[in-house]
Design a protein around this ligand. Structure first.
Ligand SMILES: Cc1ncc(COP(=O)(O)O)c(C=O)c1O
Length: 396
């Protein structure tokens, strides 16, 4: 299916459907506002998912449920076929969302006051979880070169030692900087963590959004699995298949010792099973969604190329970060607009709601993050509205 056909078939107007992205206060009742924030998609799920859910709805009984084997097997098969990673059923635990899982792991494996390190700019709930739970937030800033970010390994290791860090939360692929980490980068990170007794929480929610020339390396496969007992992998179908509202994620814990710690923390039987409908949807998505995903990736790539080319042509001093993974467009408009003016310019004047860079890092006040998982029409409107505002006020 080409990108136009995909959009015609799957794009859906989500306004007025309790949609976080389109019905939040910034957008509510304002038909002309273009929301490019919150990382979910404006596309319907594969038909096989809806059909499986309808069949289950027609069954008509929604009582307590067990965790179905076919759902676990569908996830295991997906991980094996797509990411060449072997996951054993016994390793898998449930959490309603990756962020919840991160909160649980911080609580289960560290103590108040312990230091936790992240590579900023990064998904802001990482910062919030560490601070909410009264742990010490340690940031090692990624270093951009012409927009492409890499790890400052020296800084990372020095901070781990100086701050006596206990845990590292890895984002792979990385939101918002769109990096798909190379194996040698992961090896270096994991080696540093291993040498200093730092356990790794690997958030791989964006693992299926990877573009030509890049390969997602599962944290469980780094150096042939050498570090897997030091890693807790978080994954879900939420981003891949637009199922975030169904609240179903996987916490994968290869180490038996760590499973015991996690289970001892997370003992309540009321949170160890998911919503019945999420099992149905996730299983169908992993079993039947691969072709839909391939077509979707083409749509996102086309949107990325449009946004990149347009920014670079119209605002040549903007710095567009190359998209290796995720569906998030990260651009620095610092040559044209200050951190103090950016909200007014983008949200109030251009009427585009992005995620602003300052929530990802204190150093990113002049950045915006745009969600590309929508129609080309929305991308065009949003990109051109932002550019027009900047041009109207006069280029430097
Ligand atoms: C890196 C990352 N982790 C986690 C999440 C949210 O996951 P969940 O809704 O499962 O908590 C997001 C959503 O944007 C994300 O980008």
């Amino acid at each position: 299916m080409n990108t136009k056909e995909f959009t015609e078939r799957y794009y859906v107007d989500r306004r007025g459907t309790w949609c976080y992205k389109w019905d939040s206060p910034e957008e509510q009742g304002k038909e002309h506002v273009i929301s490019m924030s919150v990382a979910d998609m404006d596309f319907k799920v594969p038909e096989a998912v809806t059909e499986a859910m309808i069949r289950r709805v027609e069954h008509g009984a929604f009582g307590y449920t067990i965790t179905p084997d076919p759902y676990l097997e569908a996830f295991i098969t997906w991980e094996k076929e797509r990411h060449q990673v072997e996951i054993e059923k016994e390793w898998i635990r449930f959490s309603p969302g990756i962020v919840t899982g991160i909160y649980w792991c911080i609580q289960a494996f560290t103590q108040p006051g312990d230091a936790v390190i992240i590579n900023t700019p990064v998904y802001y709930p990482f910062h919030e979880a560490i601070l909410d739970l009264k742990r010490k937030l340690v940031r090692s800033e990624l270093v951009p070169t012409e927009g492409r970010y890499t790890v400052d390994f020296e800084d990372f290791e020095r901070k781990i030692v100086d701050e006596d860090v206990k845990m590292f939360i890895l984002c792979s692929p990385h939101n918002p900087v769109g990096r798909v980490w190379e194996e040698k980068e992961l090896e270096q990170l994991f080696d540093i963590c291993g040498r200093h007794g730092v356990m790794i929480i690997a958030d791989e929610i964006h693992q299926d959004f990877v573009y030509s020339g890049h390969t997602h390396i599962s944290s469980l496969n780094v150096e042939n699995g050498k570090y897997k007992d030091n890693v807790i992998l978080m994954a879900s179908a939420s981003k891949t298949f637009n199922l975030a509202g169904l609240k179903n994620s996987f916490v994968v814990i290869p180490s038996e010792e760590k499973r015991k710690v996690f289970d001892a923390y997370e003992v309540s039987p009321h949170v160890d099973t998911a919503c019945l409908m999420s099992y149905v949807a996730v299983e169908a998505a992993y079993r039947c969604g691969a072709d839909w995903l391939e077509d979707l990736l083409k749509v996102i790539w086309e949107n990325y190329e449009y946004a990149k080319n347009t920014f670079e042509k119209e605002l040549p001093e903007s710095i567009v970060t190359p998209l290796e993974g995720t569906y998030l467009f990260w651009v620095d408009l610092g040559a044209y607009v200050s951190a103090d003016e950016i909200v007014d310019m983008v949200q109030e004047k251009a009427q585009v709601v992005p995620d602003f860079g300052n929530v990802f890092s204190d150093n990113c006040g002049t950045f915006i993050r745009l969600n590309l998982a929508t129609s080309m029409e929305n991308v065009e409107k949003a990109v051109n509205a932002v550019i027009m505002q900047i041009r109207e006020r006069g280029l430097k």
